[in-house]
Ligand binder design. Structure first.
Ligand code: CRA
Length: 804
């Protein structure tokens, strides 16, 4: 029945909503008409979900995150609403495939990498599990920059993703709130003689919510992602108006609108810019006001039950100023006393840490805070004073301990340590993989762990099997459903039932055929975007993720150079032909990461143009890696590169997407790799390298020069790298790269892991040559991926932290 209705709605939207008489070739109109058709089916369910929640007594979660890396929405909604048949049918009238129309949608790239995509997978899982979780984020006008490669180098272009409109968002101006900046704290006594504070002489901006529907998987639930846009208030710059500079005053509107203009493109590194702090506070304040307003609407100003009914999950320290903001709102606006406000705050805030890298630990200068958010700084000082009293009680006379734990880092330029504020102000602190949580407890947050051991817990990351298997790999998904039923889509542990089928000859043949088809799709992408010809009969070896030294794309390049060297020397006995794909964005200010991109491209050029290499090795750098490219990449990958220096990758989530789609992993004992290896069995994982403890120990007297000298393959690779072989007319451009490998201070320990990496790569190549052995390994990987569903992760959050 809905089939006819979908077709009719599509026509109606094309004609009436978009007012177009003729559909152009670009599919943009058709995409918009189809998006509206699908959206109609979300809106009613959305209303019902909200209605139901109003009447239910359960606790609610606000997931506060500066990033939501959503990717495309259309195909996801079509899958979750089970509309595929109807939509395909309706599109026939236009002579179009769903896939072509879907291509017209731009990625919502409101995030950098793992952390932002994790938030997006979580939203899908929460809706699919029918949990009352609302995402709160920022509606950046410009998302993650568009990367192009010119002459081997990354060039950034702005991502004006909203240019053609966004059919998935609904502006709710009636729910706008005001957010204040600058001004000063004022203290006064109320009528009862109680000391009170208010924030006065502020400059305000308006936060306008744009709601995005988050459909659950075939369950009629539609949750909400609420994204805030900053706008000028109506009374902006009254003085200037009165002074007669009308146009200047109107132009000043820009200042307010700057706050949500652009996503900061740094992954796991802070940059300390004032505008970023404004974004953080803007999100925290608007979201808390939104929740409090809803509360007051239903309960008046009785907050006694508030903590039992609300949780704020802080996605890293980015929204952590929420701790102080909730205190301010409760005390200054709702007139609670300190103790009552603090009790509510520290029993509603929960903090997730996503990295141990020191460069990512956010600190804000006290001076900046004082100017921009004076009232919040007062509150942070008070939180800290009370906290330090507790520390003094626990460790009497231990001044050093007080300094280490303090929320304020003293010195010439005192700083607010956001992680300390997050830990002190919350009831739960979690890491994102078992190893990462252990390292937090034993290292970074050691003293806090001693103080509050029960606060700490692990929640190993996961990814949604809807997008990352059912949608991106439909052929494999259908095969799985054919043999074990479709339960895996909502209960991924069930996919373990595939394992015995690895013994079935004809099943293996079908599995292999699907992988070949997916490799074909990937081959076409690489041809189109890199102009490099991959061969689907070769091993597809892939590393896609942000470019960062700790992720060691450089180690991958050394392996490529080593293979090149072997072929040139004629040492090809037993060698498995491969196609190596690398992709990812470098932060615009990260010079070394940009040099690594240039190196990959230069090496690729030398390899690909040399006819001797053609039967053995092909290399490509994929520009503009994003969610939508991963949807083609992970189904077509044989070998997944997860080669970070042990102890540095908090979890990784790309590793899980590859595994789900039947890739084997070559990796270190880092992050979730450890759990992946445990799940699939060590014989199905290509392990190499130092473990986290060995990395720390080896740093003591690390001597890469000696390692290079003792290893003739590594010497040969360094010689090629340093001879200018890959930079003939660009003298010296890779000097910093080779110097970093040779440095005894190379904290990424690239040289230390070279030999065992090469050995593991050889082992992978050898197994690949045994088609049946490889296919088994591929099936085992998918079959063991059950634990890595974000549904499992969210059930863990819900059971242990949110207690929904
Ligand atoms: N860069 C970690 O580095 C992890 C994700 C999600 C990261 C990844 O290993 O999988 O978070 N950390 O938990 C981060 O963003 C601020 O820290 C990431 O995406």
């Amino acid at each position: 029945m809905d089939e006819a209705q979908v077709a009719a709605d599509l026509k109606r939207h094309a004609r009436l909503s978009l007012g177009c008489d003729r559909l152009s070739d670009s599919h943009r109109y058709l995409y918009n008409a189809l998006a509206l058709t699908v959206r109609d089916r979300l809106v009613e369910r959305w209303r019902l979900t909200r209605e139901q929640r109003r009447h239910s007594a359960t606790r609610r979660v606000s997931y506060l995150s500066l990033e939501f890396l959503m990717g495309r929405a259309l195909t996801n909604a079509v899958l979750n609403l089970d509309l595929e048949q109807a939509v395909r049918e309706a599109l026939k009238d236009y002579g179009c495939q769903l896939e072509e129309v879907a291509e017209a949608e731009r990625d919502a790239g409101l995030g950098n990498g793992g952390l932002g995509r994790l938030a997006a997978c979580f939203l899908d899982s929460c809706a699919s599990l029918q949990l009352p979780v609302t995402g709160y984020g920022i509606r950046y006008e410009y998302g993650m920059f568009h990367q192009r490669i010119a002459d081997g180098q990354q060039v950034e272009y702005p991502d004006h993703w909203l240019r053609d409109g966004n059919p998935w968002e609904m502006e709710c101006s009636e729910n706008a709130v005001r957010v204040s900046f600058f001004g000063r704290s004022e203290y006064y006594r109320d009528r009862d003689g109680r000391q009170r504070a208010r924030w006065s002489a502020t400059q305000d901006v308006l936060a306008v919510p744009y709601d995005v529907p988050i459909p659950g998987y075939r369950n009629d639930t539609v949750n909400t992602l609420r994204l805030w846009k900053s706008e000028a208030t109506d009374e902006f710059n009254l003085q200037e108006f009165n002074a007669g500079s009308y146009t200047e005053a109107v132009a000043e509107k820009n200042l307010a609108e700057q706050i949500t203009m652009v996503l900061y493109p740094n992954d796991a590194s802070e940059n300390g810019k004032e505008l970023r702090l404004r974004q953080q506070y803007f999100l925290a304040s608007a979201s808390l006001q939104d929740v409090l307003r809803d509360w007051v609407r239903e309960h008046g100003d009785d907050f006694s039950q508030f903590a039992g009914k609300n949780v704020f999950q802080l996605n890293d320290t980015h929204p952590t100023v929420a701790v102080a903001e909730l205190m301010r709102l409760l005390m200054d606006d709702y007139l609670l006393g300190w103790d009552a406000a603090w009790e509510i705050t520290r029993s509603t805030m929960a903090y997730t840490n996503h990295t141990l890298l020191p460069e990512a630990l956010e600190k804000w200068s006290v001076g900046l805070f004082e100017e921009l958010l004076p009232r919040l700084l007062d509150i942070i000082y008070e939180i800290n004073a009370r906290f330090l009293a507790l520390v003094a009680e626990r460790w009497p006379g231990d001044v050093a301990r007080q300094q280490q734990l303090s929320i304020i880092e003293e010195g010439d330029h005192p700083q607010v340590r956001m992680a300390h504020l997050a830990i002190v102000g919350s009831y739960s602190v979690n890491g994102v993989a078992a190893l990462h949580t252990r390292l937090l407890q034993q290292g970074l947050f050691r003293d806090f762990y001693q103080l509050w051991p029960d606060k700490f817990n692990n929640k190993t990351n996961g990814v949604t099997p809807r997008r990352w298997l059912a949608h991106c790999n439909p052929e494999l998904g259908e095969l799985v459903t054919e043999v074990i039923g479709d339960r895996w889509i909502t209960d991924l542990e069930d996919i373990a039932r595939l394992r015995p089928l690895a013994d079935d000859y004809s099943f293996r043949a079908r599995w292999r055929k699907i992988k070949q088809n997916n490799k074909q799709r990937l081959q076409q992408l690489v041809q189109r975007d890199c102009n490099v010809s991959f061969d689907v009969d070769m091993l597809f070896d892939v590393q896609v993720k942000r470019i960062h030294e700790y992720k060691r794309q450089l180690l991958n390049v050394l392996h490529i150079i080593h293979l090149y060297d072997r072929v040139v020397r004629g040492d090809t006995a037993g060698m498995q032909p491969r196609c190596v794909l690398i992709g990812g964005k470098a932060a615009p200010g990260y010079a070394m990461a940009k040099t690594i991109i240039k190196l990959v491209n230069n090496v690729a050029r030398v390899v690909n143009k040399d006819p001797r290499l053609k039967p053995w090795l092909r290399v490509a750098f994929l520009p503009n890696y994003r969610v939508t490219s991963m949807e083609v990449i992970c189904p077509g990958t044989d070998l997944s590169e997860q080669i970070s220096t042990a102890g540095k990758e908090a979890s990784g989530t790309g590793n899980m997407k590859f595994m789900m789609n039947g890739a084997a992993t070559i990796g270190t004992l880092d992050g979730a790799n450890i759990e992946i290896r445990e799940a699939v069995g060590e014989e199905n994982f290509f392990l190499f390298g130092l473990d986290a403890a060995a990395v720390v120990a080896a740093r003591e007297d690390y001597d890469p020069e000696a390692i290079i000298a003792a290893d003739k393959d590594l010497s040969a690779v360094m010689k090629l790298l340093e001879s200018g072989h890959f930079n003939m007319f660009e003298t010296g451009i890779f000097d910093a790269v080779s110097a970093s490998i040779r440095s005894p201070h190379d904290i990424w320990m690239t040289a230390a892991d070279f030999r065992s990496y090469i050995t593991a790569q050889r082992a992978a190549g050898t197994v690949y040559q045994d088609r049946d052995a490889w296919t088994r390994m591929s099936i085992y990987n998918t079959a063991a991926s059950g634990r890595f569903s974000s549904d499992r992760t969210i059930i863990d959050y819900s059971d242990d932290i949110w207690r929904l």
